[in-house]
Ligand binder design. Sequence first.
Ligand code: C5P
Length: 284
Amino acid sequence: MTLQLSSPAKINLTLRVLGKRPDGFHELETLFERIDLCDTMSFGLRLDGQIVITCANPAVPTDSRNLVYKAAAVLRNKTGCMAGANIRITKRIPVAAGLAGGSSNGATALVGLNRLWKLGLSRRQLVAAGRQIGSDVPFFLYDTPFAIGRGRGDVVRPLSLPSKLWHLLVVPNVSMYTPEVYGGFKIELTKPNRDVNILVRLLRKDRISDAGRCVFNDLEHSITSINPKLLTLKHQLEKLNSKGVAFSGSGPSVFALAESQKEAKRLHDLLDKRYNRVFVVKTL
Ligand code: C5P
């Protein structure tokens, strides 16, 4: 039996950092949005008990550093299952870009292996396993386009919103190391009174134009001090008359909220020649 599953990316429409926690992580309040930029994963049973990951993209590790491998290890630990698997990842989501591709693959592996190995774990149990793998993993286990993430980002409350949002997404060719970005965060450089609930209210009413003014990312200062050119890119996008622009996660990806597919395509055509990874994406 081979199982094929899609593994989507996310962006953070808002990302508020509330402070550093005793465990070294940062306390967050974020609005996650699942987008239609997806990897594909296939799962096949192996009788020799090995976990074999393959991926044509050399930037993706296929050993124990891959969150897919961690997902398999956590599941085997929890259940005592000794089965093996061949897991193939077809990558479309840019790696280390703030789009949580690796975390999404980890979440999809939890779902895929639960089925492949007939473990019968509930969503609640998968979410508990997801938390052990990474902060962004639980969001992908809820099967919801939008959710509020609190704690490390791992405490997820699904939101039912009517909006289907269109975005232009630019993924600059620079590497951002998440711990370095969080390490450079300074609470005194964030803007006060930014409230995710304002954005949620506007999205409930589908007021996209106003919603754009409410996207933000408290990591922006840290991201742009590591690489000042990223601020130029953000300003460039803002000038192109998009509704709102922000970094996703710990960067370097920048997204613009567009009013329509047509507008997202217009922005795409303007930037496509200047940057080599420019996507039109929408809520999934
Ligand atoms: O949970 P995850 O493995 O994605 O986190 C990667 C790194 O990002 C952590 O080791 C930590 O340095 C930083 N991080 C943080 N606060 C969060 C999430 C991540 O400081 N809420």
